[in-house]
Design a protein around this ligand. Structure first.
Ligand code: PHE
Length: 337
């Protein structure tokens, strides 16, 4: 054996150790080279046959091979002791596994999906609209008088472009009707903006779900039937609903709709302020002026619309007392739902 052969052997040994994939493989390398009958002791035997000139370097290289290989094998053994798929030393199969925590869906998302899901079973489809709206879509087309307080800069965020941040999801009604002929059955969840000072029940941005149903001969009874079905699906079979007369510029007649309090079942408690009822949504029959704005023939079609605040329902159903909790993204809070 000459120095060249020895260098080749060194490269081969270190390569095999480096490529070992588990404890068994590294043990095989150790036996092949370092055991008593292994290759290294044989090479030591060769030393006496090596020429005088090569001897010092040959000896040095053998030692390097021995030390480097021993060190590498040690490293690999430690690495595999930490655990391998096949279970090396130090891998305790009886230990419980480490659970990677999964995220949960945000309460607002959960309730939005439930609401839209219920209306989808009635044949409503989901429609979408942008958060930045034109004044026309948000107010004018919805029959909102020029002096209506909701148009005030104190209530609505106006942009320098002359557009605004929509203050309700009702402009989606306008957008949809402008692009589709009747019949219409849409449900439209989305974000809305108002210049409210944040407190436990107000937030400058919040979510609504809008509903719109337009066809021939749609009546207030259809609205009531639809919302009764929704209330039972959402709150359970015992819930009752009531309509109270109200005013919205875009519906006539307009109503506010209350559900019996889900905490006391209508008997009266702290949550419903002893009234037994909780206000859930605004609704009404689409005003003929709105149909005119979007080019529908108010003589031929009629329809109902409704809008509800998602935060409110979420807070009621989950017993959340402060709307701000929904926006702080504190995982300790969110993971409870
Ligand atoms: N847009 C109304 C609001 O924000 C709710 C509403 C929608 C009322 C549709 C009637 C019809 O309060």
């Amino acid at each position: 054996m000459n120095l060249q052969d020895l260098n080749d052997l060194k490269a081969k040994a270190l390569g095999e150790a480096q490529n070992a994939v588990d404890a068994a493989a590294i043990e095989a390398v150790r036996i092949e080279y370092l055991s008593r009958k292994g290759l290294l002791p044989q090479v030591m035997q060769e030393l006496k046959n090596v020429s005088k000139e090569e001897k010092p370097l040959f000896g040095k290289t053998v030692n390097e091979l021995k030390n480097e290989l021993t060190e590498l094998i040690k490293q690999k053994q430690a690495e595999f002791a930490g655990g391998t798929a096949s279970g090396g030393a130090g891998f305790d199969l009886t230990q419980p596994g480490q659970w990677q925590g999964l995220g949960t869906r945000h309460p607002i998302t959960q309730i939005t999906d439930r609401i839209t899901g219920i209306f989808q079973t009635l044949g409503f489809t989901v429609a979408d609209g942008p958060d930045v709206e034109t004044v026309w879509n948000n107010f004018d087309a919805l029959n909102t008088p020029a002096d209506h307080p909701s148009r005030d800069e104190q209530d609505t965020f106006y942009l320098e472009s002359g557009e605004l941040m929509r203050c309700h999801t009702s402009p989606v009604q306008v957008r949809y009707m402008m692009e589709h002929k009747p019949p219409v059955r849409i449900i439209s969840p989305g974000r809305c903006y108002r210049r409210d000072t944040p407190d436990a029940t107000h937030s400058a941005n919040f979510h609504q779900v809008e509903g719109l149903y337009v066809d021939e001969n749609v009546s207030l009874a259809d609205l009531k039937g639809t919302l009764s079905y929704f209330a039972k699906e959402m709150m359970g079979p015992d819930v009752k609903i009531r309509f109270r007369p109200h005013f919205f510029p875009f519906t006539e007649p307009s109503v506010e709709v209350d559900f019996t309090c889900h905490v006391c079942n209508g008997k009266g408690c702290r949550v419903c302020k002893n009234s037994g009822w909780i206000e859930i949504l605004g609704a009404g029959m689409v005003d003929p002026n709105v149909f005119e704005s979007v080019g529908y023939d108010a003589e031929k079609v009629s329809g109902f619309a409704f809008g509800m605040g998602i935060e409110r329902i979420t807070m009621i159903l989950f017993g959340i007392h402060d709307i701000r909790n929904l926006y702080e993204n504190d995982v300790r809070f969110l993971s409870q739902f």
